[in-house]
Design a protein around this ligand. Structure first.
Ligand SMILES: Cc1ncc(COP(=O)(O)O)c(C=O)c1O
Length: 288
C-alpha cells in the first residue's frame, strides 16, 4: 500500500511529497507543529492538541491554513487513506512561501504538510514497560518554549547527547538550576512524601498535552500533585521519576546521570499513572 502524505491541499505519495525551497519553515524554521497519537483509529486528546496549535499559531501571528474543522477532516482522511489503527499524526504549519526576507511577508498563505505512521499497539504488560535513564544538560533554548516551534536544534543536540550517553532522554536545566523538561517530553518526580511534582506551565516549558491529561487524571483519582520548579538534587533525591509525551506516554525514569532513582525500579505511583493514562487512551471517542 502506498503511503500518502498531505501537502498544501493535495494527497500525494509519500515519496513524491515536497515543499517549495522558499518555504519559510525550511529557511527560517518559521512554523509550528503538532504530533497526535492514534489509538485504535481514534485520535488521543485531539482537542488539546488543536487548542495548543491555536496558541502556537496565535503567538507567532501565523494564520490557520484552513479552518479547524477542515484540518480535522484532513487528519481523519489521512488516517483512512493510510489505514492507520495505531500510530502518530505529524503536521506542521509554516508562514508560507516567500522571497527570503526575515520580516513577515505580505499576503502569503500558511503552508500545511501532514504525515501519519504506524506504531505498535499499546502493550502494557510488565515486560513491555521498562524504565529508562536520563542525563541532565544545560537548557540552551529560547525564552518561548510554550510555542511548539519547528525550530528544534537545541532539542536535537540534547537528544543526541542523551543517545551518545546511552540515555533515553536529557532533562534540561535552566539558569536557576531547575529542570525545565526533557528534549521531547515533560519531567516529573514523586518526592519522599509521595507528592507528584512537575514544573508549572509558563513560557519556560512546552505545556504537554500528555502532561495536562496526567494532571486531570491525578485530580480525578485523588493523587496529590504540585506544579512547581525542582532542581537536580531534588530529582535525584526523589522516590520516583517519569517523563510524559505523546510518543512516550508515561515512561518510568530509573536513573538520573547514572544515579538510581529511589530503589532503581519502576515506581508504584508511576505504574498507577501509566495505567490511568492507558485507560484514558482507550476511552477516546470515535474519530473516524
Ligand atoms: C520539549 C517538549 N516538551 C514536552 C513535550 C510533550 O508534549 P506532548 O505531551 O504534547 O507530546 C514535547 C513533545 O514533543 C516536547 O517536544
Amino acid at each position: 500500500m502506498t503511503r500518502i502524505a498531505y501537502v498544501n491541499g493535495r494527497y500525494v505519495p509519500h515519496g513524491q511529497a515536497a515543499v517549495h525551497i522558499e518555504d519559510r519553515g525550511y529557511q527560517f524554521a518559521d512554523g509550528v507543529y503538532e504530533v497526535i497519537a492514534i489509538h485504535q483509529g481514534n485520535m488521543v486528546d485531539e482537542k488539546g492538541h488543536l487548542d495548543r496549535l491555536d496558541h502556537s499559531l496565535g503567538e507567532l501571528q501565523i494564520a490557520w491554513p484552513m479552518s479547524r474543522q477542515s484540518l480535522q477532516v484532513v487528519m481523519r482522511e489521512m488516517i483512512l487513506r493510510n489505514r492507520i489503527t495505531n500510530g502518530m499524526i505529524y503536521f506542521q504549519i509554516s508562514r508560507g512561501v516567500a522571497t527570503r526576507n526575515h520580516a513577515f511577508p505580505d499576503d502569503t498563505e500558511s503552508a500545511l504538510v501532514m504525515t501519519v505512521r504506524h506504531s505498535p499497539p499499546l502493550d502494557q504488560t510488565a515486560a513491555a514497560v521498562t524504565g529508562v535513564n536520563v542525563i541532565t544538560i544545560p537548557d540552551i533554548r529560547w525564552a518561548r518554549r510554550d510555542i511548539k516551534s519547528i525550530s528544534l536544534l537545541p532539542n536535537v543536540l540534547g537528544k543526541q547527547q542523551a543517545s551518545e550517553a546511552g540515555a533515553y532522554e536529557a532533562w534540561m536545566i535552566d539558569g536557576d538550576g531547575n529542570i525545565t523538561e526533557g528534549t521531547s517530553s515533560n519531567a516529573w518526580i514523586v518526592n519522599k512524601d509521595g507528592d507528584l511534582i512537575t514544573r508549572d506551565a509558563s513560557h519556560a516549558i512546552l505545556n504537554g498535552i500528555t502532561r495536562l491529561a496526567v494532571l486531570d487524571l491525578a485530580r480525578a483519582e485523588g493523587v496529590t500533585f504540585v506544579e512547581r520548579p525542582f532542581d537536580v538534587a531534588e530529582a535525584k533525591d526523589a522516590r520516583e521519576a517519569f517523563v510524559t509525551s505523546t510518543t512516550s506516554l508515561v515512561k518510568p525514569v530509573v536513573r538520573i546521570d547514572g544515579d538510581p532513582v529511589g530503589n532503581g525500579g519502576i515506581g508504584m505511583l508511576t505504574a498507577k499513572i501509566l495505567s490511568f493514562y492507558t485507560d484514558h487512551m482507550k476511552a477516546q471517542g470515535s474519530a473516524v
